[in-house]
Design a protein around this ligand. Structure first.
Ligand SMILES: Nc1nc2c(ncn2[C@@H]2O[C@H](COP(=O)(O)OP(=O)(O)OP(=O)(O)O)[C@@H](O)[C@H]2O)c(=O)[nH]1
Ligand SMILES: Nc1nc2c(ncn2[C@@H]2O[C@H](COP(=O)(O)OP(=O)(O)OP(=O)(O)O)[C@@H](O)[C@H]2O)c(=O)[nH]1
Ligand SMILES: [Mg+2]
Ligand SMILES: [Mg+2]
Ligand SMILES: [Zn+2]
Ligand SMILES: [Zn+2]
Lengths: 209, 209
């Protein structure tokens, strides 16, 4: 457990750095393929005239996601974790030196696609956003509770696919509230844009508070 | 790395146990919600008069999946890993004492939904089967290579949803073959039954060899 203690100490250091530069930081977590990068692409395209955004990408291998973010128009650094299954605060600390994010800006950290291990590693973020897609099933909050317990917002993505899967929207929320009574929810489809304005407004609300 | 060495030694012991009792063992791995349990439910219902099957279930929390397997009609033991993100050979060793699988039978191990860590932990299985659903995107074999490298068969599930997602079937296979030139593929939909006979025949083929 010494690893977690070391991680948490460095996470606080990151948090101090973000505070000093007035950078709002979201840690985006999900299963592989829930739509983290797709959501960030649309977010950058929509808000880039309104606020300064940068992204740190985490994946075992490839720079595929960073290339998509770069194309959407935001500064981005790719971290490859190799056998590692999660980002840790030291990786973020090192990436910040390369990224050099601007003052009074927004930083999105897209974590490795994994509903288990990233939940144990504080990165120094303000908010943790867990994305679940309707195609994964409505039982995930109970089966992978740590991630939902430690998140502030739960985005339910790919609602355009609801007609084709047995996914109970009320049930998934009830399950998530069972492990985290303070959880907020946004239902959306990155593909069709349905509900995505609620996400943009949630970002604006968080930046004001 | 001492953890991996200890795990591999015990995996070989499991392998010896399986050999002695002529038990064919598949380690089923995937992202959360790709359809592991759904596939096993259909497999048990279809093949239960043909062969003796048992299941070991792995999840952070709940016995949900074990209850589904029990309902389908196979002996099952649920392992809850808590903060753990993967099954290891000691957990299997202990579960076997409870499950007491029959001679000349089939054992499915449904691992924790996670495309990263389970790839490093040999359990003593004969074959490793990775399931990817078309809703996750076709880039996963390159982004999460370890799991595809260490698997023998790649099942592409939820093909009934192909019309609604941008998923390139040829591309996902090319990516998987890039990291594992020996990979075999089966396209299917657990929901509609499309292609599922190819999975049943693959099991039959493996049992004969
Ligand atoms: N139908 C539908 N597909 C979507 C939606 N959002 C994302 N997708 C698809 O889902 C797949 C995965 O999307 P990504 O954005 O790459 O997912 P990710 O969470 O970043 O994946 P990793 O970084 O590999 O964990 C892609 O094929 C997307 O086109 C949606 O709202 N509806
Ligand atoms: N449309 C469609 N949905 C499917 C198919 N197979 C499974 N599903 C759905 O996908 C969701 C997840 O299925 P599960 O079988 O629970 O997935 P799993 O891999 O066992 O999930 P975990 O054990 O939590 O990792 C459920 O809502 C299923 O109904 C399919 O072929 N087509
Ligand atoms: Mg991504
Ligand atoms: Mg399951
Ligand atoms: Zn891990
Ligand atoms: Zn792990």
């Amino acid at each position: 457990q010494n690893i977690l203690l070391k991680n948490d100490l460095l996470a606080e250091r990151n948090r101090g750095f973000f505070e000093a530069k007035k950078i709002m930081v979201f840690n985006m977590v999900s299963s592989p393929g829930s739509g983290k990068t797709s959501l960030l692409e649309k977010t950058i395209l929509k808000l880039k005239d309104e606020l300064e955004m940068a992204v740190i990408e985490g994946d075992q291998q490839t720079a595929n996601d960073a290339m998509r973010i770069d194309k959407a128009g935001a500064n981005v650094v790719q971290i490859n974790t190799g056998n590692g299954c999660h980002l840790d605060s030291n990786m973020i600390h090192m990436a910040l030196k390369k990224l050099n994010p601007k003052e009074d800006s927004m930083l999105f950290i897209e974590n490795v696609g994994n509903l288990v291990c990233p939940s144990l590693f504080d990165l120094g973020e303000n908010k943790r956003v867990v994305i679940i897609s309707v195609t994964e099933g409505d039982d995930k909050p109970l089966k992978y509770p740590n991630m939902f317990q430690s998140s502030h917002l739960c985005i339910i993505n790919k609602i355009d696919l609801c007609p084709y899967v047995d996914f109970n929207m009320a049930q998934v929320k009830q399950h998530a509230l069972q492990v985290n009574p303070l959880m907020e929810f946004i239902e959306l489809s990155v593909k069709t844009g349905d509900g995505i304005n609620n996400w943009f407004n949630w970002i604006r609300k968080e930046r004001k508070s």
